[in-house]
Design a protein around this ligand. Structure first.
Ligand code: CA
Length: 279
């Protein structure tokens, strides 16, 4: 390799490793509505004033729809005891629900919850959403995979990175027109991901959203993101959390913050290797 081209290669490689700065966002609580502590939330979506939820755990997994304003349960369907429910998404007149370890996704009629089909997954199912053309799902790795909703075949994937690191454990997902939102398993934060490149552009820090005084023995992790497209409101909850929270994002503009350090520390609580991030 000639010296000039090698230098260009190094420059290109360095820019890849450095990545872009991840913007930080705090939150403002707008309102909260009750959420059942019995629900191990794995998938959440809002459409037409209704909140759709998928819950996990063997023997307790369900597909549910609630009236968002009243919280009234309108319909629910329990999964067989052998299935652990995961992410859901509404696509046209269907609801698609992932399962965790059984390499199977279920297709339901959106209104009746009647099961009308299923398809195979190559591995685990974690989070699920769609951009109007494709389903997008996570499987616990650093990959977001795309599914063609006409034949349920996987048609591609994108690796999620920040500061030159692969970001693993992507969990519940929510597509928005600007970026894809993803819970990171075992962290109190949600990532804002550019779906074309996989680059993490922002991080929503939700530490303290569910206060310690309201945490019980069964209270589990933050998991569940739903954006109401009618007013662009953002709702989040967690596994066995007593509240569904409507939040607004506040860009963290305080001088002196080291975004890279905050990012590394908040995700290192998950214990995953991110060797490219300086502590
Ligand atoms: Ca969602």
């Amino acid at each position: 390799m000639k010296k000039a081209s090698f230098s260009l290669f190094l420059l290109f490689y360095a820019s890849l490793c450095a990545g872009g700065e991840v913007r930080l966002y705090d939150y403002r609580l707008v309102e909260r509505i009750p959420h059942s502590r019995a629900d191990f939330t794995q998938g959440l979506e809002i459409q037409d004033g209704k909140l759709y939820q998928s819950t996990g755990l063997y023997g307790r997994s369900k597909l549910q729809v609630f009236d968002l304003s009243s919280g009234k349960l309108l319909r629910q369907r329990k999964l067989a005891k052998t299935y652990f429910g995961e992410g859901i998404t509404l696509f046209e007149d269907k609801i698609i629900q992932l399962t965790w370890h059984k390499r199977r996704a279920f297709i339901y009629n959106r209104n009746s919850f009647k099961r009308i089909g299923d398809f195979a997954l190559p591995g685990q199912g974690w989070g699920l959403t769609n951009d109007g053309n494709r389903l997008i799902y996570s499987d616990g790795t650093n990959l977001l995979r795309f599914i063609d909703p006409t034949n349920w075949q996987i048609i591609g994937s994108v690796a999620v990175t920040a500061y030159g690191c692969d970001i693993h454990y992507l969990n519940e997902l929510e597509w928005t027109p600007d970026y894809l939102l993803a819970n990171v398993w075992q962290s109190d934060s949600i990532l804002m991901i550019d779906l074309a490149s996989g680059a993490v552009q922002g991080q929503i820090l939700l530490h303290g959203l569910l206060p310690a005084s309201e945490r019980q023995k069964t209270t589990d992790l933050l998991n569940g993101i739903a954006r109401d497209s009618t007013d662009a409101s953002l709702w989040v909850t967690g596994k066995h959390w007593p509240w569904l929270y409507h939040i607004e994002l506040l860009p963290r503009e305080k001088p002196g913050w080291n975004n890279r350090q905050v990012f590394a520390q908040s995700l290192n609580q998950s214990g995953f290797p991110c060797n490219g991030v300086q502590q």
